[in-house]
Design a protein around this ligand. Structure first.
Ligand code: ATP
Ligand code: FE
Length: 371
């Protein structure tokens, strides 16, 4: 069978068509990077408008590239949370409209579950149970995936996510924000000396699997101020000393930000193996997982602990429609879907949107060990 996946939870409008055997027939992403660069962040109303402008085109392109029409689809999957309601709504409306007109079953998908499960599309050997570290602009999650739909949250961030810290650091260092901050920091860090600036690893004293990036952000901001780096001077016009000073901060930030991930993953592996001794894999996904330094550092930690690292290719780590379609496939196989909506929806219909939607139960032992 064949499923269309639609994703509009944040700042990318994405659609993809995937077959149940894992074949990706099309994969279309329209990014709002230009808007982001101009205004320095996502404003919900503006993001909604941008989604509305391109959604029809993005879905049509996904169908065209797959050489299909809606009639060839088996079902539609769409992200219903977590994310910005105004944005989610654009995708859900489009998905229901297609499902209604062509009498197709529909599935509401959890964005973070999709980030995790897409690894099962790219790594056929990946069986439940496994551990997943999901790192992106808005989330920093460590979960134990026991089975489809059965997740235990081992850790989450108590303030910011790592992607947010990358983006802010990039902005304060005057990096090119037409792309997101992450790749810009990754590049610049290669020129810097990571040990030349001392940042401390967050939450050392908390023996749990939670994360915190707000404090590291502040440390970075103070370092930038003390080195008199002016973000208004773009890095492309900075003199060589200035450029190197920025590169050092980028490298030091990245080293500590990732060390924090390494420490938490190591503990999460211990916790998870106690519950599920048959675990063989740790998955990393979400936008930050496309970072090569992150991948290589975590690969060492995971191997050292006797597991294997699985990371989807970068284009499937950042927000995309393939992960939504694939998660739809996993649910559809298990008979978990909603019947087709009516062809004409009443105007006052209330969509099931879940802007805040935890993924699974919290790990109770984690709370007690943390004390
Ligand atoms: P969420 O999944 O929490 O809703 P999101 O929708 O912002 O987050 P993603 O596409 O999953 O989107 O992740 C985007 C984040 O990933 C941004 O913060 C970006 O800076 C970061 N990112 C992308 N590429 C890299 C990279 N190479 N290195 C570090 N960070 C990166
Ligand atoms: Fe995401």
């Amino acid at each position: 069978f064949t499923i269309l996946g639609i994703e509009t939870s944040c700042d990318d409008t994405a659609a993809a068509i995937v077959r149940s055997n894992g074949e990706i027939l099309s994969h279309v992403v329209s990014s709002q990077a230009d808007l982001l660069a101009k205004y320095g962040g996502v404003a919900p109303k503006m993001a909604e408008e941008a989604h509305s402008q391109v959604i029809n085109q993005v879905v049509q392109e996904a169908l065209d590239k797959a050489c299909m029409t809606e009639k060839d689809l088996t079902a539609v999957a769409v992200t219903i949370g977590p994310g910005l309601s105004l944005c989610l709504r654009v995708g859900v409306q489009k998905a229901r409209q297609i499902a209604g007109s062509f009498n197709l079953p529909i599935m509401g998908i959890h964005h973070m579950e999709a980030h995790a499960l897409v690894a099962r599309l790219t790594e056929k050997d990946l069986q439940f149970p496994f551990i997943a570290l999901l790192i992106s602009g808005g989330h920093n999650l460590l979960i134990l995936a026991r089975d489809l739909g059965q997740y235990v949250q081992l850790g989450t961030t108590i303030d910011d996510a790592i992607g947010e810290a990358y983006d802010k650091t990039a902005k304060w260092l005057g990096l090119d924000m037409r792309r997101s901050g992450g790749p810009a920091i990754e590049e610049l860090a290669k020129e810097g000396n990571a040990k030349s600036v001392n940042f401390s690893v967050p939450m050392k004293q908390h023996k749990d699997c939670n994360f915190s990036y707000a404090g590291l952000k502040t440390q970075v901001r103070l370092a930038i101020e003390s080195k008199k780096i002016d973000a208004k001077i773009p890095i492309s016009s900075a003199c060589i000393e200035d450029r190197l000073a920025r590169a050092d901060i980028a490298a030091a930030f990245q080293r500590i930000a990732v060390l924090h991930l390494e420490e938490r993953c190591e503990r999460a592996i211990q916790w998870a193996l106690k519950m599920e001794p048959s675990i063989r894999h740790l998955v990393i996904s979400g936008g930050v997982a496309s970072n090569q330094y992150v991948r290589s550092r975590l690969d060492m930690v995971v191997k050292k602990n006797g597991l294997q690292l699985v990371c989807p290719p970068p284009r499937l780590c950042t927000d995309n429609g393939v992960m939504v379609a694939w998660t739809g496939i996993e649910h559809f196989r298990m008979g978990r879907y909603d019947p087709p909506p009516p062809a004409e929806e009443p105007e006052d219909f209330v969509y099931d949107l879940r802007p805040r939607w935890p993924l699974g139960e919290e790990y109770a032992e984690g709370r007690s060990e943390a004390r």
